[in-house]
Design a protein around this ligand. Structure first.
Ligand code: DHB
Length: 389
């Protein structure tokens, strides 16, 4: 009698604290997807959430006998919020995998939680090289800025652009882009005409564009985070730089497929280096672009979306390998070295660095079917993060 009442009391207490019955908890694996869903970087959150949902619609919500449950939380692009959400989801919600992370400061804020709780942290967007070194449980499915900037720097010097002025956003991925552009550009014989760093909040590029124009370079190199390309382009055109003879080269973040179609013809001919274009010619990508558009009112997938889509693939493949065991060490061991075909092309997870190895394409903005696209014209295969030994 006493024992039965005690048990009933415990059951009530468990229900009150929101604990799920044991059987259900073991059959479900929760993934905490933390993204900027509002604010200036909401497009990154929207793209990745849509890609994660598409992957699950195509591959089912069950893998290795476990039901996959996604919990989406908006960190509003505030690092302290990312950290609190990561902690709450691991401790209170029993989340086994953390994913998302739209910008570098947000990924860095969650890294200590991942390291302490031994919870895999799948970085689907942020691109500063150092991120993966902040927790042994981080796996990155996006890109690093050194991957992109080193490819465009080398290309620029070898294609007649000998004097370049660099403009980057003043935060960690911008610093990575600047450093790796300069390094590969100099190695191939290029000379810098000057450098500028622009604040990330409410950026005004006009004074920096003026400085760049005054330096009379062959080209301007640009990195701005996804979502800020439109304001850069507008100010670039307002200053007449599109008609100045000064070329524009950039990492693919500038000519983001999420907004490229709205830029106008002034960006025709801009050359960028990046891991993904919606115009990538493969059967896998054709199907991806069509399915993504169909599920999201015609939305075009951008380079952030494939970070989300491939991140889900890495999670699913790892769970298949572990037979549904969501232990952090088991999942990490299963993720290291995974190789597969992404909509962007062939990719793999470097077993040593846990960063993505991928093709970096050279692309030119051109019109196809009446819309602007990044049309690939060259490729450097198997690019590891050059900032890592
Ligand atoms: C980062 C954010 C971006 O929007 C982008 O395009 C590249 C890098 C970042 O914060 O790491």
């Amino acid at each position: 009698m006493l024992r039965r009442e005690l048990l009933r009391g415990l059951a009530v207490a468990a229900a009150l604290t929101g604990m799920a019955p044991l059987a259900a908890a073991q059959d479900t694996i929760k993934i905490g997807l933390i993204l900027p869903m509002t604010g200036p970087f909401a497009s990154t959150g929207r793209q990745i959430e849509a890609a994660v949902k598409l992957y699950m619609a195509e591959n089912g919500a069950t893998v290795a006998g476990k039901k996959i449950e996604i919990i989406v939380k908006d960190d509003t692009n505030v690092a302290d919020v990312t950290k609190r959400l990561a902690q709450e989801m691991v401790v209170n919600d029993g989340v086994k995998i953390l994913a998302g992370f739209g910008l570098t400061p947000l990924a860095l804020a969650a890294a200590p939680i991942s390291a302490q709780a031994k919870v895999p942290q799948i970085v689907m967007a942020a691109g500063t090289s150092i991120i993966t070194e902040r927790s042994p449980y981080i796996v990155r499915t996006s890109f690093t800025l050194p991957q992109k900037a080193s490819v465009i720097g080398d290309w620029a010097a070898k294609n007649g652009l000998k004097k370049v002025f660099s403009i980057v956003t003043d935060f960690a991925p911008g610093h990575d882009a600047e450093k790796w552009f300069k390094e590969s550009f100099a190695k191939a014989g290029g000379v810098m005409a000057g450098e500028a760093r622009v604040p990330i909040a409410n950026p005004d590029f006009a004074p920096f564009l003026q400085r760049a124009a005054d330096a009379k370079p062959d080209a301007i190199f640009v990195f701005v985070p996804s979502g800020q390309g439109a304001i850069f382009t507008k100010q670039y055109v307002e200053r007449g730089l599109d008609r100045s003879g000064i070329k524009l080269v950039a990492t693919g973040d500038l000519t983001d497929d999420d907004i490229l179609a709205k830029y106008g013809d002034s960006v025709l001919g801009v050359i960028t280096a990046g891991p993904y274009s919606a115009a990538h010619l493969s059967a896998k990508n054709k199907a991806y672009v069509a399915a993504f558009g169909k599920a999201n009112a015609g939305m075009r997938p951008n380079f952030m979306s494939v970070g989300g889509y491939d991140g889900m693939h890495v999670i699913y493949e790892a769970l298949k390998k572990t037979n549904g065991n969501a232990d952090g060490d088991a999942l990490l061991a299963a993720m290291k070295g995974l190789a597969f075909e992404s909509p962007r092309g062939p990719v793999s997870i470097d077993a040593g660095t846990r960063d993505i190895t991928q093709t970096i394409y050279l692309r030119k903005v051109e019109k196809a079917d009446g819309e602007l696209y990044n049309v690939e014209f060259g490729a450097v295969e198997n690019v590891r993060d050059p900032a890592k030994p």
